[in-house]
Design a protein around this ligand. Sequence first.
Ligand code: TRP
Length: 325
Amino acid sequence: MKKRVFSGIQPSGIVHIGNYLGAIRNWVDMLDKYDCIFCVVDLHAMTVPYEPKEMPNCIRETLMVNMAAGLDPERCTLFVQSHVPQHTELTWILNTCAPFGDLARMTQFKEKSRQHRENVNCGLFTYPILMAADILLYKSEVVPVGEDQTQHLEFAREICRNFNARFGETFPEPQPKYTRVRRLMGVGGKAKMSKSLNNYIPLLAEPEEFFSLLRTAATDPARVRRSDPGTPEKCNIHTMHLGFSSQEDIAWCEEGCRTAGIGCVDCKKRLAGNMDHSLAPVRERYKKYADQPDYVEDVMREGARQCTEWAEKTMQEVREVTGLR
Ligand code: TRP
């Protein structure tokens, strides 16, 4: 039997190359080796302000871009969190196994409550419990996430241990699988690439957009003039080359940077070409899915049906061991 993998995707609607290199691409590599479930986490998204009218579209968009990026619905299960109500049922039960003190220490909570002072709601606080429910509901063994989720995942493992200790061995303890890629900075070079900071390169950018977004992007600050040599490891453009370029091109840009043999513009032009080339199939698939709304609808419906079946099986066991009958 293949191990079960679970991960969640925020329905932000926009997917950028940071999401692609840091998450989606690693998931694609796992599709055949594991039994993978990917979930668009709309209930998590409600913890910060959003426009309800836009939500259905964001969910669809997110799903389609992820499918286009390689989450082939034939090789994994894709669904929307709120379509499987067992997530919220298990969340309540896990609430009673979740240490309050740990929640209060979550750095993401502290950050987000600073960002959204006008709405510091309890959902923002208990967000990691819903995430633990997502994972445990399918008895997932492996959770591929970025390093920013380390604390949340440790917390899910703790909830899992607490539940098992209190009610008997029910859930396997999920193992994190952190991604290899160094974290990608935004085009400004100072902060992580993110939608909210508007410092991103969209995965579905038009061919000519790549260079125009890269043109002004930050590089190694030591390269003030064309003749100043640089250190590739200090350059965010180099990190992108590692994601999109061939070994030959990577060697060319490293050598050229260290010796000032090439300028940053040359390096960026080569990168833009490589990005365009590697993402052309993603754009193609996206167009195909966008032209088949019924198919996307079917994927969501079938995912919800399958996950409801698995989730209900777990919940029957949970209700049994907790004495809720
Ligand atoms: N919190 C995750 C994020 O911000 C998304 C997520 C929700 C998730 N549920 C999950 C990730 C379960 C892994 C497993 O990206």
